[in-house]
Design a protein around this ligand. Structure first.
Ligand code: AMP
Length: 643
């Protein structure tokens, strides 16, 4: 008989447990099993960060740690020089680890590729030369819009090798979103794919992009990775449309590129990448990360939060490279630490909901890092899927992206971790670059739903609206000291950077945009956003951006979106829409608007439902209306009062 029902029963027993000590067997072997790291960081924070930075290889050692003379434009390790690609590849190969697997890549139809550190270095050097052959120079922006294929990591590292600044766009975003992000960052080259495979189908990528790309004056070349893919939707190996002179195939440029491309030492503050993220207004923010500080932050946190043993561990972060979690913990953190990772192209329920656990068993994954939405989906599919696989290689589990509800935490702990694996609930953001609040798994007692405490070296606080500390209870989360992996600015928008993060509580205090609760023991419980940012399945979206997309539909007069709690996705988008000329909405228009939002932003931004306040006496008023009673009412009431 399957173990599934027994595990489910155990989940019911454990939901009442408030606190979980690190399992003794884990603690015994843990990198950090006491408070010593916190004490060290508290004694001399800058010396602590300098020590973390010195774990990297520097071409020119730094002599200054932090320059805060132009706060909030902080500069870390400023006179040092290093190369991120060198730190992720060459130094491991030079240390004799060339045969270590960097990625076990698994395609969605079960294809496998084991890519060693020396194999990855070879391909990165070739692609770096190919980019140079296409005219890319230090400081140029290169867009990357790819599914979860190894070429995504290759392209990122090739950019880093020559000082080009990558700008990755999540593969689930639309052609219009790619166009916008390439236009504002003035990208010179875009690396994309012919097709993307998803659940047995192959969708055109390059063909669907062309019209949007034709509008980009700065874009000189498009490099196309042949992902191919069978299944319905697009034929295997069929060529995709190519614009003469502009478009080239990845394998062709790789074949003609020279083999050796020395890593160029970069100033520590040289931008490594831009990643666009949703802000509270409609326009995405181009978050800029540095080379030295970012790499210091991601390698340090990857080591201590995941208790890394690079010789033995197999690490799997399920995030797509299009999000910051994919940048920091599927690419830069693990590679900087010489880790073996898993990269999976497919969906968690294709060909069936056991696929993740089959992969854990197959590659002996020991550290597994995913999002609460995925955990809730796995719960819904049933414990029998994980119960059908040998998960004994797992020793540590992680969660990121949104608050995790205690039931999902306990299910993860019991059914996946078999009560043996600590869970690290990690709070951080695109802007912070690396994990900020999380347990040290060998030292911290965990509480389901709490990310526990700021990491050693990180200074956080809870304040009220006027900046006064809230010692206990609910307040606004702030970071009170700069940290190496913090964003440096918003691309091309310095004023917006200051305004968005440092205007609320003054130049030294970073306003996170989340509310949190601090309990009597000082544990942080992050509750969610306090601005107009929505969090759907751990993906960040701006309500303003979704509203603009809806309003751009020809039939729509006005729109406002709010979120409502959803058991699976955490938050779901609800749109209040008034149509032009007072027309009445119906299922057809609803489907049409959802499709329209999908085309403008991506499927993840589609409202889960649309409410038509057609009988409102002021149909033109989207956010508030005179209401039937004659007094102004908030839009949130429309859902229930059904004007
Ligand atoms: P992003 O910049 O897309 O990574 O989104 C960051 C936002 O996700 C944060 O500001 C939080 O609102 C939310 N978030 C991320 N991790 C957690 C977590 N462990 N617990 C609660 N909320 C989280």
């Amino acid at each position: 008989m399957s173990e599934g029902p027994c595990l489910d029963q155990r989940v019911e027993e454990l939901v009442a447990v408030q606190s979980f000590e690190p399992p003794a067997a884990f603690r015994e072997k843990a990198r950090v099993a006491d408070a010593s790291l916190y004490e060290k960081a508290d004694q001399d924070r800058l010396a602590f960060w300098a020590e973390q930075a010195r774990e990297l290889d520097w071409d020119t050692p730094f002599s200054t740690v932090l320059d805060d003379s132009r706060a909030p434009f902080y500069r870390w390790f400023e006179d040092g020089r290093l190369n991120a690609s060198y730190n992720c590849l060459d130094r491991h190969v030079a240390a004799g680890l060339g045969d270590r697997v960097a990625y076990h890549w698994r395609g969605e139809e079960g294809e496998e590729r084991a890519i060693t550190y020396s194999g990855l270095l070879h391909e990165v050097q070739k692609f770096a030369n190919a980019l140079k052959d296409l005219g890319v120079r230090k400081g140029d922006v290169v867009g990357i819009y790819l599914p979860m294929v190894p070429e995504a990591a290759v392209a990122m590292l090739a950019c880093a090798r020559i000082g080009a600044v990558h700008n990755v766009v999540f593969g689930g975003f639309s052609a219009e979103a790619v166009r916008e992000r390439m236009a504002v960052s003035r990208a010179k080259v875009l690396v994309t794919a012919d097709r993307a495979r998803r659940k047995g189908r192959a969708a055109e990528v390059k063909g669907a992009l062309d019209a949007a790309l034709d509008e980009l004056a700065d874009l000189r070349h498009v490099v196309v990775v042949r992902v191919g893919g069978g299944g319905a939707g697009a034929g295997r190996g069929e060529p995709c449309p190519m614009r003469t002179r502009r478009d080239v195939y990845y394998d062709d440029v790789l074949a003609s590129a020279a083999d050796t491309c020395p890593a160029e030492p970069m100033e520590a503050e040289h931008p490594l990448f831009i990643l666009y993220s949703s802000g509270s207004t409609g326009k995405p923010k181009g978050i800029v990360h540095s080379t030295g500080g970012y790499l210091t932050g991601v390698s340090y946190t990857h080591r201590v939060v995941f208790d890394l043993d690079a010789e033995r561990d197999v690490f799997w972060c399920t995030a797509d490279v299009g999000w910051i979690t994919g940048h920091s913990y599927a690419v830069y953190g693990p590679l900087a630490n010489g880790t073996t990772s898993v990269m999976f192209e497919g969906a968690p329920d294709y060909p069936d909901p056991g696929i993740w656990w089959e992969i854990v068993e197959r590659y002996g994954v020991s550290i597994f890092y995913t999002a609460p939405t995925a955990i809730r989906a796995c719960m819904r599919w049933g414990s029998e899927y994980p119960a059908g696989h040998d998960l004994s290689s797992l020793r540590l589990l992680g969660s990121v992206g949104e608050p995790i509800n205690p039931k999902a935490w306990v299910w993860y702990h019991t059914v996946i971790g078999r009560e043996r694996c600590p869970i690290v609930d990690t709070w951080w953001q695109t802007e912070t670059g690396s994990i900020m609040i999380a347990p040290l798994p060998g030292a911290t007692a965990t509480r389901p739903g709490s990310a526990t405490h700021p990491l050693p070296g990180v200074c956080a606080n809870l304040v009220d609206g006027s900046g006064r500390t809230v010692p206990e209870g609910t307040g606004l989360l702030v970071l009170t000291e700069p940290w190496p992996s913090m964003l440096r600015t918003l691309y091309g928008e310095e004023e917006r950077y200051v305004e968005a993060y440092f205007s609320e509580f003054g130049p030294g205090t970073y306003a996170v945009g989340d509310s949190a609760r601090r309990d009597t023991d000082g544990y942080y419980w992050v509750l969610g956003r306090v601005d107009d940012v929505l969090n759907v399945s751990g993906h960040r979206l701006s309500s303003g951006e979704v509203e603009s997309a809806i309003v751009a539909h020809e039939k729509v007069a006005e729109a406002a979106v709010v979120s409502e709690p959803d058991e699976l996705t955490g938050e779901a988008i609800v749109a209040f829409v008034t149509l032009r000329g007072g027309a009445e909405g119906g299922p057809e228009t609803e489907a049409d608007i959802r499709e329209h939002v999908s085309a403008r932003i991506g499927k993840l931004a589609r409202p889960s439902r649309i409410i038509w306040p057609t009988n409102c006496r002021r149909p033109g008023a989207a956010r508030s209306c005179a209401g039937c009673s004659g007094t102004p009412c908030r839009i949130a009431n429309w859902a229930t009062s059904r004007h």
